[in-house]
Design a binder for this molecule. Sequence first.
Ligand SMILES: Cc1ncc(COP(=O)(O)O)c(C=O)c1O
Length: 374
Amino acid sequence: MTVPRFDYPYGPELIPGPTEPGDGLWRWCRLLPLDGSGSYPLQVGDTPLLRPTRLRDAVGLAGLVLKDETRTPTGSNKDRATALCLVDALRRGARAVAAASSGNVAVSLAAGAAATGLPAYLFVSGHTVSPHKVALMRAFGATVLLVDGSYEQAYRLSEAACERFGWYSRNTASNPLALQAKKTVAFEVWEQLGRVMPEVAYVPVGDGVTLAAFALGCEELVRCGVADRLPRIVGVQASGAAPLARAFAEGRSTWTPIEPNTIADGIDVGNPFYGEQALAAVRQTGGDFVQVDDDQLHEAVALLARTTGLLAEPAGAAALAGAITHRPTVSPPDGPIVVLITGTGLKDQRRLPEGGRAIDVPADLDAIGRAAGA
Ligand SMILES: Cc1ncc(COP(=O)(O)O)c(C=O)c1O
């Protein structure tokens, strides 16, 4: 797949000044094809960068920072792309919007469409989609099409439907604005680190857009002359859905599509649309690919919850699982190491880690004290 390039007149003047006010991701509008500030109704972007002391101690990475992309309207990094695509859809006078999704894009588009008053048609695999996420899509008033087939089949159908019915496609694989919007996360990380590039960035990989966009954002900072190097970018895939990690390990730039199988629905992708770009970005930055299995994903979700108070879904915590697995090869371990936490665990209660205690107690303070060990 070839990705159209947007050319900007790169230079430091495209970068907002430290005191320049901004409206979320629109703060970077001089590096975006469209500006939705003041017009897009939801607050998107400008998510926190956390310095998690207890997690740093637990994993032995003193320079670890978390980019908390759960803090968006629907709790995933997909809201950035939805915002820019919907501003474009409105500008073009679209009468409806559509997308295929493993879950989060569809929830994001459902909310964005509700906010902008557009009907949304969401194509999901009826075999793999989380029922909790379908309930959320419906709560926002969207039409959910539960396809009797895979995510890839849902994608092809959604594109054909857009063609036939004149709907606006928010599909990342066909709409280049998604990549443009998602690159803003790299700008924010750089700015939040004090206008410094991280040494290493861990990014979960499904279709590879999040990773390719992060790399593009870093590259544009260099082209603007405000950074002089790229971070090493490490892609993290679930071992049941790791075509790119395998290709990378074998030194290949093409991959063999597989039938994916992981609990992490966001990265349950066997034939990534942006695979080529993701592989190239990892190679160009001297990065790496890591595989993590479902147990490691569960453990990362649990550790994150217990040590930081952040609840991620398995795909959202995959980058952390990757950083933990990769830790012995990270050098220097105390340089800024950014881990993207891309999706909240609040949307799919099936994957909650077990922990804490729930104790039946009588309505009696002494008994409560004894039971709670106070
Ligand atoms: C929470 C979460 N993390 C990571 C990803 C993977 O992103 P990409 O498909 O851009 O590689 C997804 C994709 O749906 C996701 O929902």
